[in-house]
Write a protein that binds this ligand. Structure first.
Ligand code: IMP
Length: 428
């Protein structure tokens, strides 16, 4: 029996949604363990196009049980919208979607604080998705958060909302000059959300461990990426949760021995949204070409993504932090029209060679990426489904990634659709 973790190896947007969807048929349960509706997974097959934010991509397969884990922060309004939208596209969402009662709830004051802080920070802003993710995790850690179970208990909910408003309203108004939130209205709205979601709310930890004991196969779906991890990422330009494999244990209540295989999803180049270090960033024409050809605009916010060449220091770091067993390399076809393709193999930092990406104080170092330049294949790989059909130069590129990361590239994605994929190893 093999349970699989699918983790972003860069700064998110690596194409995890497609990979989870592709591998899903081998699993019974798909669970998310962190983040909220800051995530944006896109899955395309046939003529259909699904955008997922909170709900695991496994939901597109009606026989999979999908779990929103306790490590997530959930905006009930966004969740209900997503359920409605997916149902409108013919997706079955009945008892196949469960929510951990210990997940934390995002309320409108979290969103307001997120936006107000970003506005006040000016050039120092993080570039968040503005969904209230950071403030909701702050409230969780402060131990005054509202958990999903609280939506079902009117007395507790009223008390917690009153307490939160008494604290957040003066900050919103006094510090940021923003409107306040009416606790009575919040109580009414969130009681209603609780009523609508009640059948889905369960002890997520018990549920998932029952599945494990019952011999079911589990997939753990990561959101964002390794370098957005709160501890190991490019702090403070990170998200507020543990995006790496370790987050699965706390974010779902699953012991490490139940995580059997880790697939790191990496784009064939690099992108990031928001602020923060990006050593291989391209500002001129090649960056724009990657953005256009790769359609590098945020699924959640529509923001243009920053683009750059592949960075092996990042992939080595991701392999180290997550214990990556295999890599799913996505968007190889986006590189189809380059004469030359540089790859960053390490950094030169004041004459020292750095082979990994240190989370600490990257901003204060003078990073010089050291590149090895590959000959571009300059021919179409889009839609190719067999490794043998790839041009020799593309195979060299893939082999180099394998050698440098010491991880097998088991999947290569050559287009956004489910069918546009090369699978090199037997599925686990
Ligand atoms: P937050 O998660 O909204 O607080 O945003 C913090 C940082 O994480 C910002 O740089 C966001 O752009 C980034 N981020 C959050 N979610 C995603 C994602 O799903 N893909 C890529 N970047 C993300």
């Amino acid at each position: 029996m093999q349970n699989l973790a699918v983790i972003g190896a860069q700064w998110g947007d690596e194409g995890k949604g497609k990979i989870v969807d592709l591998l899903c048929e081998n699993f019974d349960v798909v669970a998310r363990y962190q983040g909220g509706h800051n995530a944006g997974h896109t899955v395309k097959f046939g003529e259909k196009h699904f955008s997922l934010r909170l709900i695991p991509s496994g939901i597109l397969h009606p026989d999979k049980l999908c779990i929103l884990g306790n490590g997530m922060v959930i905006d009930p309004e966004a969740l209900l919208d997503e359920i409605e939208q997916l149902r409108g596209l013919g997706v079955t969402i009945e008892s196949n979607l469960k929510i951990s009662d210990s997940a934390h709830v995002i309320l409108p004051y979290h969103r307001a604080l997120d936006l107000a802080r970003e506005e006040a920070a000016g050039n120092a802003k993080i570039g968040t998705t503005g969904r209230g993710i950071g403030p909701a995790y702050e409230t969780k850690v402060s131990r005054y958060g509202i958990r999903v179970a609280d939506l079902l208990d009117p007395d507790v909910l009223r008390e917690k909302i009153d307490f939160a408003c008494a604290e957040k309203n003066p900050v919103l108004q006094g510090v940021y000059g923003k409107p306040t939130h009416d606790p009575k209205k919040l109580f009414d709205d969130y009681t209603r959300f609780g009523e609508v979601l009640a059948d889905r709310i369960t002890n997520g930890t018990v549920l998932i461990n029952e599945q494990i004991r019952g011999g079911k196969r589990l997939m753990f779906e990561g959101a964002q990426g390794t370098l957005l991890d709160i501890d190991h990422g490019t702090y403070p330009f990170v998200t507020s949760s543990s995006t790496i494999v370790g987050g699965i244990c706390t974010g779902l209540g699953v012991a490490p021995k139940h995580i059997h295989h880790v697939t790191g999803v990496a784009k064939a180049y690099t992108t990031r949204v928001g602020g923060g270090a990006f050593p291989t960033e391209l500002e001129a024409a090649p960056g724009e070409h990657l953005r256009k050809r790769g359609n590098e605009y945020g699924t959640v916010t529509g923001r243009p993504r920053r683009t750059g060449w592949l960075d092996l220091a990042i992939l080595r770091t991701a392999a180290m932090l997550n214990g990556i067993d295999s890599i799913a390399l996505t968007k190889l076809d986006v590189l189809d029209e380059f004469e030359e393709i540089p790859v960053c193999t390490e950094y030169n930092v004041h004459g020292e060679r750095w082979q990994t990406f240190p989370a600490f104080a990257v901003e204060h170092h003078d990073y010089k990426p050291v590149y090895r330049t590959f000959k571009g294949w300059n021919s179409p790989t889009a839609g190719i489904t067999s490794y043998d059909e790839l041009p020799a130069a593309a195979k060299d590129y893939v082999r180099f990634i394998e050698d440098e990361t010491e991880c097998a590239v088991s999947i290569i994605s050559t287009g956004p659709r489910r069918e546009e994929t090369i699978e090199r190893r037997a599925r686990r």
